[in-house]
Design a binder for this molecule. Structure first.
Ligand code: HEM
Length: 588
């Protein structure tokens, strides 16, 4: 402020000096009387223009102090003043962002008994965090060791050193780790007080429902909900069957003469999940949908490559060539999706479309909303909105379900007694027949197994939320500008919440359902919790049950000696070196 005051003083002084100088020149110029100078105001400084027609002809700028000199001087000082002020504002903002605000937030958090490292300018803990994660990922781990030191080493260390409610520095922002189920429940229930942290860099991959807030979010959630109702999922079950059947047929072809073979099931399961979401989302446009989804995978790979290499993952710091490539792919995805949507819209209007895929249900729900509101188009979703939701279906549906399936196969390979129990149940319900919706819903052992896999290997290892206004959370007052982090993986493995066998695969704990296993606490939330809970959880569980049931019908499986255990958090929790499994044809 002081410097700005000095600048204003300087400006005023130079202005009055110049006025004096100008008056002197005017009086000494004699016959060039500026009897009627016209003063034109152009954004601040005044221009003096002589009305005498010969003035500019007879007096060059260099030979005589002309009014042009004043014009220039006024302009230059004005511009300098503006630039300096802008520079000062920027410098102030930078100083505030880099140092003053983080320090203030640190003080506020420490006053409430929260602990963490002292703030380090710009990078905070990110450099150490990246280094630690890189080191953890550098080699596979022992099959029976705890996975947390490999998957979330920094958070684990922070909680160990600073206590359960501690904070780490995510760049210039402190991120408070919350580990009490009551606090987690509050955060996930109060969606307006704890909005999502949306990083622009990830919006390119998936925005839509998952990143909207307020009115827009509730409108989209209401419009998309019907697509995931159970009766709609029932209609989608044959699509799941077709996708699974294609994969099983591929595996059958690979069997050697003794009825066994070794395969890396990870790419197969990724392909299965992508195939299933293409069929269920786009129905007859499935081939085009698959091409779009391949493009999205390309985009994700590019992004992940860059993000995992940079200390500050930001859109701004992406190399220009990556920017260009990503924008190119994004344009291609959007225009292809628009084509599919426009065709489907036309078919809906002419009554030709009777498809029951996610896209049709979404468009129907949108039309109904517009009709019910007197054809007010502002009520429903725009074409761009629908495009974003389709992109999200793929990203959310493919990444997560394939991960659930791969860890289920790995754990059932390690625990053959559970594999046998699950197979017995499947054969008892379906025999060798095609699994159907009702039968899949009656699979109790398989459901317990899937829950236990989601507990030990949650596809999403943590959630974060932004604090935009000071907010009370139990005894804490969280100041605006911090983030909170809900470490799903840590809670799922916590011995205080799950007992001494917390790290052991024991699906039996879910025999009485989720609320009995958790004693009603929010200690198991692989799909999130509260109003923003995963909209696709039933979709995903149904698909996973279909896949596991069919695999169990046809094959028994075990881990190959070449398998290297390496759970790695790349957006979702993936097997870093794949999942080499030996499958054998089941004799029934
Ligand atoms: C094993 C499978 C899945 C897991 C573990 C999973 C996990 C999650 C989690 C943890 C959230 C909450 C994120 C947050 O609160 O910040 C979420 C939200 C969401 N999921 Fe899933 N998901 C799965 C499958 C799916 C599928 C198959 C779809 C769609 C086809 C889907 C679509 C969504 C959407 C749209 C949201 C945002 C909901 C909202 O904000 O209202 N998910 N998911």
């Amino acid at each position: 402020m002081f410097v700005t005051w000095i600048l204003i003083r300087y400006y005023k002084t130079t202005k009055s000096k110049r006025k004096q100088q100008k008056d002197n020149i005017e009086s000494s110029a004699g016959y060039h009387s500026f009897s009627h100078p016209i003063s034109i105001k152009i954004h601040g400084p005044h221009l003096l223009i002589c009305k005498h027609p010969h003035f500019l002809l007879f007096h060059s700028l260099s030979s005589f102090p002309s009014p042009i000199t004043f014009i220039e001087m006024e302009w230059v000082s004005g511009i300098i003043f503006i630039l300096l002020t802008l520079g000062l504002i920027c410098a102030w903002k930078l100083l505030n962002w880099l140092w003053l605000r983080p320090r203030k937030l640190e003080k506020l958090l420490r006053e409430q008994g929260l602990h963490g490292n002292s703030y380090r300018i710009l990078v905070g803990d990110v450099k150490d965090l990246f280094k630690m994660e890189k080191e953890a990922k550098s080699k596979p781990m022992n099959l029976y060791d705890d996975i947390i030191p490999r998957v979330s080493p920094y958070i684990q260390q922070s909680v160990k050193i600073h206590g359960k409610n501690s904070f780490i520095w995510f760049g210039t922002k402190p991120r408070v780790t919350l580990t009490e189920p009551e606090q987690i429940k509050d955060v996930l229930n109060k969606i307006s007080e704890f909005p999502k942290t949306n990083y622009k860099i990830f919006k390119l991959l998936a925005s839509g429902l998952a990143s909207h807030e307020g009115e827009k979010w509730s409108k989209h959630r209401r419009l998309i909900n019907p697509a995931f109702h159970l009766e709609k999922l029932k209609i989608m079950t044959p699509s799941f069957f077709t996708s699974c059947n294609d994969m099983i047929s591929e595996w059958k072809k690979m069997l050697s003469s003794d009825g066994s073979c070794e395969i890396d099931i990870w790419p197969s399961l990724q392909n299965l999940a992508s195939d299933a979401i293409s069929r269920t989302a786009f129905g007859s446009s499935y081939e085009e949908g698959k091409r779009i989804f391949q493009l999205q995978r390309e985009l994700a790979e590019l992004l992940i490559k860059v993000v995992t290499k940079s200390v500050i993952p930001s859109w701004m710091f992406l190399p220009a060539i990556v920017h260009r490539k990503m924008n190119e792919i994004d344009r291609d995805i959007k225009s292809s999706l628009k084509d599919i949507i426009n065709k489907r819209e036309k078919a809906l209007k002419t009554g030709e479309s009777t498809e029951n895929d996610l896209l049709s249900i979404l468009l129907e729900s949108n039309h109904k909303e517009i009709e019910e509101n007197a054809n007010n188009k502002n009520v429903g979703m725009t074409l761009e909105d629908v495009v974003e939701e389709c992109k999200l279906f793929y990203f959310a549906g493919q990444e997560t379900t394939s991960v659930l399936l791969v860890w289920t196969m790995i754990l059932l390979s390690r625990y053959p007694n559970w594999q046998q129990r699950a197979r017995e149940e499947v054969l008892q319900i379906f025999g060798n027949k095609k699994p159907d919706f009702d039968g899949l819903n009656n699979l109790k052992i398989v459901t317990m197994i899937l829950y236990e896999v989601l507990r030990l290997y949650p596809p999403v290892v943590g959630l974060s939320r932004n604090i935009e206004k000071d907010v009370k959370l139990g005894n804490l007052i969280l100041p605006a500008g911090v983030e909170v982090f809900l470490p799903i993986l840590l809670l799922h493995h916590d011995c205080e919440l799950w007992g001494d066998d917390a790290k052991i695969f024991n699906p039996e704990r879910f025999s009485g359902g989720i609320s009995k296993a958790t004693n009603g606490r929010v200690s198991f939330f692989p799909f999130g919790w509260g109003p923003r809970i995963c909209i696709g959880q039933n979709f995903s569980l149904l698909e996973a049950k279909m896949a596991i049931a069919m695999i169990l019908q046809y094959f028994s499986f075990e881990l190959s000696p070449t398998y290297a255990h390496a759970p790695s958090p790349v957006v979702t929790l993936q097997p870093q070196y794949g999942a080499q499994i030996i499958i054998r044809k089941v004799e029934t």
